[in-house]
Design a protein around this ligand. Structure first.
Ligand SMILES: Nc1ncnc2c1ncn2[C@@H]1O[C@H](COP(=O)(O)OP(=O)(O)OP(=O)(O)O)[C@@H](O)[C@H]1O
Ligand SMILES: Cc1ncc(C[n+]2csc(CCOP(=O)(O)O)c2C)c(N)n1
Ligand SMILES: [Mg+2]
Length: 327
């Protein structure tokens, strides 16, 4: 039976129960009723993200466990981008009529998701499932601020603020392009880039640390690439002067760009799906930030006029947009 799709909704829900506990201190009443009853703190943040086959992932190079991990990881990353910690999540599933989506497949997928949920000690509080034209996930995750009660937002920086990044820039894009070109074979060439694309790590600890430093003015997670997300961080009327050297980029990104004959810096600035955090901060707080978050790097300065420059040159390409035809 493990090699066939679950036979009924009830079978599916039983499978979910095998991977996710029905009791947790955050739930006063767990899955099984019309609604979950939560034990919530007063101050919460909440976010929803879709994760769709052939838009966000492909089954040809994502393992089932990778799909489960990333569907949840990109959502937890939004909580991290607010400087908060996650508390729980719900899961919407769209499932095509496909004999290869066996119980074994779902066990692996829910196992990948469950392992990440376990890492962050967050319960699956409920969800919904339906037949549909292709495989898709809608995850809603919520969280709460850290001990200081501070939430980091966008549109809160001033000209002259430092721009910082926690996590590699552009690496996941190198992984995506290598996988799209070569399939799973790409792992031998650029293993870190492949992992960055398939298994992003939500940077919850970094976000909480940023929220704890008064000089930090704002933050967000980087999903559409610096070229598109920087303007969202600074808000209208401001821009970003980036100072980036190739030596600051990950060697796998350089290897991918060298092999495919393209300049590495623009590739990195366009890069999407890194789920790094970007933050703005008063310049005099940068040493404190770098001391407390050693993996953070300063990548530039907030400019008083809109637009992005990279090492003094205007950067006119835009990053990822679901509705644009070109990057
Ligand atoms: N269908 C929708 N209905 C209402 N609000 C939406 C809808 N889609 C997006 N939004 C809101 O628009 C804002 C930007 O959404 P978006 O999904 O681009 O978030 P993001 O954090 O910038 O990207 P990502 O989700 O990739 O991290 C969010 O506040 C989101 O809640
Ligand atoms: C098959 C395939 N084609 C293209 C991409 C690239 N991609 C898809 S969504 C996105 C931005 C983040 O998503 P969202 O804005 O929905 O949160 C990016 C960069 C991919 N991952 N897989
Ligand atoms: Mg986000």
């Amino acid at each position: 039976m493990i090699h066939r799709p679950p036979a009924s909704e009830e079978d599916f829900l039983n499978l979910i129960d095998r991977h996710f506990a029905t009791a947790h201190p955050h739930m006063r009443l767990g899955r099984g009723d019309d609604c979950v009853r939560l034990a919530c703190p007063q101050d919460m943040v909440l976010s929803t993200d879709l994760f769709l086959e052939d838009v966000h992932f492909r089954r040809s190079y994502f393992s089932p466990a990778d799909i489960g991990h990333k569907a949840l990881a990109v959502n937890i990353s939004d909580i991290a981008g607010m400087g908060c910690r996650p508390l729980g999540f719900s899961l919407g599933l769209v499932i095509p009529d496909d004999p290869t989506l066996t119980t074994a497949f779902w066990n692996d997928l829910l196992g990948g998701m469950g392992a990440l949920a376990h890492t962050h000690d967050i319960p699956l509080t409920g969800g919904d499932l339906s037949r549909g034209p292709y495989l898709g996930f809608s995850v809603t995750v919520w969280g709460t601020p850290g001990p200081t009660g501070r939430v980091l937002t966008r549109n809160t920086c001033r000209p002259g603020d430092a721009i910082l990044a926690c996590g590699p820039i552009g690496l996941a894009r190198a992984g995506l392009f290598a996988l799209e070109e070569l399939g799973p074979e790409a792992i031998a060439l650029v293993p870190h880039a492949i992992r960055a694309h398939l298994r992003p790590t939500p940077r919850v600890a970094d976000g909480l640390a940023l929220a704890d430093i008064p000089g930090v003015h704002g933050a967000m997670d980087l999903s559409d690439g610096l070229a598109r997300d920087l303007a969202r961080l600074t808000g209208p009327g401001l821009g970003a002067d980036l100072t980036l050297t190739e030596s600051a980029l990950h060697p796998d990104l350089i290897a991918h760009c060298t092999r495919t004959g393209q300049p590495a810096l623009p590739f990195a600035v366009l890069g999407g799906e890194d789920y790094a955090l970007i933050a703005t901060a008063a310049p005099d707080s940068v040493p404190d930030i770098l001391a407390r978050i050693p993996q953070a790097t300063r990548i530039g300065t907030v400019a008083a006029t809109p637009g992005i420059t990279v090492n003094g040159q205007p950067f006119d390409h835009t990053g990822f947009d679901h509705f644009a035809t070109h990057e």
